[in-house]
Design a protein around this ligand. Structure first.
Ligand SMILES: Nc1ncnc2c1ncn2[C@@H]1O[C@H](COP(=O)(O)OP(=O)(O)OP(=O)(O)O)[C@@H](O)[C@H]1O
Ligand SMILES: Nc1ncnc2c1ncn2[C@@H]1O[C@H](COP(=O)(O)OP(=O)(O)OP(=O)(O)O)[C@@H](O)[C@H]1O
Ligand SMILES: [Mg+2]
Ligand SMILES: [Mg+2]
Lengths: 240, 240
C-alpha cells in the first residue's frame, strides 16, 4: 500500500473511529482502493461503515486465517475488529505481526482504527502504519492521552524501531463557540511545537453517517464542514 | 462501606469519569466520607479531582502495598489509577481481588471509575460494587457498549457470581436540541425495558470542573443542570 495510516488517541471517545471512517470514505471516493482495519474489540468502525462487525476480520488476519475483507462500497473494504482481538493468542504476538499480515493486501491505502485502552492493539497499528493521526479534543484528559501517544512514537523513532516515522495531531469535534475549544490550538502549539495540527470541526453529519452506517461521502452533502475538513486531512496525508 | 458504586460503559468518552467524579463530589458535600477508586490506567479521575495521578493508588492496593488514599477535600479521598494497572501482576489477580482489598476502608461510599477497554479492570469494579451505573450517550456505538455491560452483569447475576446485583443506565451529555438525543430514552426503554434510566444533561460546568481539577460541587453553581442531575442520580443510589 502506498499509504498506511493509524488513527490513535489513548483517550476514549475523542473521534478516532469517526476520523478513520471519514478519511477512508474520502480516499475511496477519490478512486483509491482502501482497506480499513478495525483494531477495536468494540468493532465500531466496521459497524459504522455498514459491515457485519462479527464477521472474521483483524484477529483472524493476525492469527493467519486469511479472512476476506468485506467490500462495503466501491473502493472500500473493511476487516472487522471484535472480541477475538482481546484473546491471549493475539496478545502474545510480536508488535510487527500486523505489519507483516497486511503486506498481502494491495490496496492503495490501509487505515487502522485503534481502540481506547488495550495498548498492544494500538501498538499493532502504530507499527504497521507509516503515519499516525493522533486525535485530540479540547479537554485536558484528551491532551494528556495525546501526549502519551506522542511519547510512545518518539521513543520508538529514537530507538529506530519499525513503524510510523511521522505523525500529526487532529483536533477533533472543534466548535469555536466553546471556551475550551478556543484554547486548544494554542495549547497544542505550546506543548508540541514541532507537530502539525489538523482540524476536524464538530459536524453532526459525521456522527449521522456512522449512525446510518454509510460512508460519510455518500451520507452527507459534499460541502459540509465535516467532509471539507476530512479532505484537508487527506490532503495532508497525501502531501507527506 | 454502605454504598459501593461502579461507573462503567465499555465505550470510550461517554462521560464515565465525569459521572464518577460528580457523584463522589455530591455525596461528599452531603457529609458522607467518600473514596473514589480510579481503575483507569489514564488516571483521569484522580487528575480531574485534583490529586496527583502518579501517586501510589489502585494498582498498589490490589498488589497488597496498602497505599494511603489521597484526601482532596472534606469527606473526599482518591486512589489514583495509572500504568501499574496494566501490568501482568494485576491481570493475573482474581476478579474478587478489589472487593477484598476495599474491605479495609470504612468510607460511607466507594465509587469505582472504570476505564474504556481493559475488561479485567472493569470487572474488578463490577465485582467490588453493589450497584453499577452504565453510562451511555445517544450514539449507537455507546448503546452497543452499554448492551455489552448489561449482558456481562446479567450473566454474572444468573450464575450467582459475587458482584453488583442492580444497575441503571445513565444517559449522559444529553441535549434535547440534538436529533439523536431525542430518541435515546425511547431507544433504551425498548432495548432494556426493565432497567431504570437516569439523566445527566450536557452541562459545560461538569467539563470545566474536571478541567480546573476541583470537585464539581465546589466549582459550579449549586443550581446548575449538572449538579441538579447528579443529585437525582445520588438520590436513586440512596433509595436502592
Ligand atoms: N467531528 C465530529 N462532529 C460531531 N460528532 C463527532 C465528531 N467526531 C466524533 N463525533 C461523535 O463523537 C462520539 C465519539 O466518536 P468516536 O466513537 O468516533 O470516538 P472514538 O475515539 O473512536 O471512541 P472510542 O474511544 O470508544 O473508540 C460519537 O458519538 C461520534 O459520532
Ligand atoms: N454532562 C456533561 N456535560 C458536558 N460535558 C461532559 C459531560 N460529561 C462528560 N463531558 C465531557 O465529555 C468528555 C468525555 O468525558 P469523560 O472523560 O468523563 O468520559 P469517559 O467515559 O470517562 O472517557 P474514557 O472512556 O476515556 O474513560 C470530557 O471532555 C468531559 O468533560
Ligand atoms: Mg473508536
Ligand atoms: Mg474515564
Amino acid at each position: 500500500a502506498s499509504m498506511k495510516v493509524a488513527v490513535a488517541a489513548g483517550k476514549g471517545g475523542v473521534g478516532k473511529t469517526t476520523v478513520a471512517c471519514g478519511i477512508a470514505s474520502v480516499l475511496a471516493a477519490q478512486g483509491n482502493p482502501v482497506l480499513l482495519v478495525d483494531l477495536d474489540p468494540q468493532s465500531n468502525a466496521a459497524w459504522g461503515l455498514g459491515a457485519d462487525p462479527t464477521q472474521p476480520g483483524t484477529a483472524e488476519l493476525l492469527l493467519g486465517d486469511n479472512p476476506v475483507p468485506i467490500q462495503i462500497a466501491e473502493n472500500l473494504w473493511v476487516l472487522p475488529g471484535g472480541p477475538g482481538l482481546k484473546g491471549h493468542e493475539v496478545m502474545r504476538l510480536d508488535p510487527e505481526a500486523l505489519a507483516d499480515a497486511i503486506a498481502a493486501f494491495d490496496h492503495a491505502a490501509v487505515i487502522f482504527d485503534c481502540p481506547p485502552g488495550w495498548d498492544h492493539l494500538e501498538r499493532f497499528g502504530l507499527v504497521a502504519a507509516e503515519v499516525v493521526l493522533i486525535v485530540v479534543d479540547a479537554h485536558p484528559f484528551a491532551i494528556q492521552g495525546a501526549a502519551r501517544v506522542v511519547e510512545t512514537l518518539s521513543a520508538r523513532r529514537q530507538k529506530k524501531r519499525q513503524g510510523a516515522q511521522r505523525w500529526a495531531l487532529v483536533m477533533s469535534r472543534v466548535d469555536l463557540r466553546r471556551a475550551l475549544d478556543k484554547d486548544l490550538e494554542s495549547a497544542l502549539a505550546a506543548m508540541f511545537p514541532d507537530i502539525d495540527r489538523l482540524l476536524i470541526r464538530q459536524d453532526v453529519a459525521l456522527s449521522l453517517a456512522t449512525t446510518e452506517r454509510v460512508p460519510v461521502v455518500k451520507a452527507a452533502p459534499q460541502n459540509c464542514r465535516g467532509i471539507v475538513d476530512l479532505q484537508e486531512v487527506v490532503g495532508w496525508l497525501q502531501n507527506g
